[in-house]
Design a protein around this ligand. Structure first.
Ligand SMILES: Nc1ncnc2c1ncn2[C@@H]1O[C@H](COP(=O)(O)OP(=O)(O)OP(=O)(O)O)[C@@H](O)[C@H]1O
Ligand SMILES: [Mg+2]
Length: 277
């Protein structure tokens, strides 16, 4: 197996208050053809970890330590221009909210084509053909290429985002809660599509979610984050069925069972703080 991504000791803080560690010493690796799910409650640092890999941290935040190697290339030392060459071409990203990530005044076919022109120099008929192919691959009729984002359903917009993210056949896909806003049927279709693309293109996938049903469905490996730190990681079966860390156990205790019979247990933070002390 070839190592695609290696994050080592990543720490991110607000520029104005360097003592607040929003991401705190995070290390993880991802292999080609595998999916790692990052789980953890809201505010645990999942998105900031993903944005750090993409070189898209907001300017008010600062990475104070850490190395991020992708296909052997150290990303943290790259200039913005060099990073633009990696982003979109070698690493694709699907953002959580497709309506705010798509440009409302541009036809979706044009938006799918933009990175093909920028990174691969495709134009004219070759570009049109490739855009049609990509739309078809994500289950959107190619004749919808001229539609604007607001003329598509939420699920279709998310599919357009996926088409954009995989346009240049990146080696790695980062998906930040790509199905949270969708109903369960569309979610299942999108997950099946991502799994198929992953195996067909041997992509590595970093998938952020707080839905353990999704984790059970698509993860090979799981990383559990809490207050900016990784508290547990390992193969999906071990983490879901034999969680070692009190936080993972507490998280799993608040997942409803299929029949809805299990009493839901809110996380007891006082107990957790003690268990982690
Ligand atoms: N631009 C910012 N400036 C200051 N703090 C920020 C900024 N962006 C995020 N944070 C803080 O960093 C922490 C981690 O945020 P992050 O967005 O990574 O959480 P998350 O795990 O993705 O949560 P969610 O599940 O809600 O998306 C949070 O406490 C958040 O308030
Ligand atoms: Mg987030």
């Amino acid at each position: 197996m070839s190592e695609l991504l290696c994050i080592d000791d990543l720490t991110v803080v607000p520029a104005a208050d360097e003592r607040r560690r929003l991401v705190d010493g995070v290390s993880m690796t991802l292999q080609a053809g595998r999916t790692t799910c990052i789980v953890g409650e809201s505010g645990s640092g999942k998105s900031l970890t993903a944005l750090s890999v993409m070189g898209l941290l907001p300017p008010t935040l600062r990475r104070i330590s850490g190395s991020i190697r992708f296909q052997g290339l150290e990303l943290t030392g790259l200039t913005n221009a060099q990073m633009c060459d990696v982003r979109g071409k070698r690493i694709g990203m699907i953002f959580q909210e497709p309506m705010t990530s798509l440009n409302p005044v541009l036809a979706v076919g044009f938006q799918v084509g933009e990175s093909l022109t920028a990174h691969l120099g495709l134009k004219g008929d070759a570009l049109k053909r490739r855009v049609a192919e990509l739309l078809e691959r994500v289950g959107i009729p190619p004749e919808r290429a001229g539609s604007y984002p607001d003329e598509l359903s939420g699920g279709q917009r998310q599919r357009v985002m996926i088409a954009m993210a995989i346009a240049c056949e990146p080696a790695m896909l980062i998906a930040d809660e790509p199905t949270t806003a969708l109903d369960v049927t569309v979610q299942a279709q999108i997950l099946a599509l991502l799994a198929e693309l992953k195996s067909r293109m041997n992509m590595g996938m970093l998938f952020i979610t707080h839905d353990f049903g999704v984790v059970a469905d698509i993860a090979d490996d799981v990383v559990v984050m809490f207050r900016g730190q990784i508290v547990e990681s390992g193969p999906v079966d071990a983490v879901l069925n034999r969680p070692q860390h009190p936080y993972t156990q507490a998280l799993l205790d608040c997942v409803p069972d299929a029949e809805g019979r299990k009493p839901l247990k809110p996380i007891d933070y006082a107990w957790l703080n003690e268990a982690m002390a």
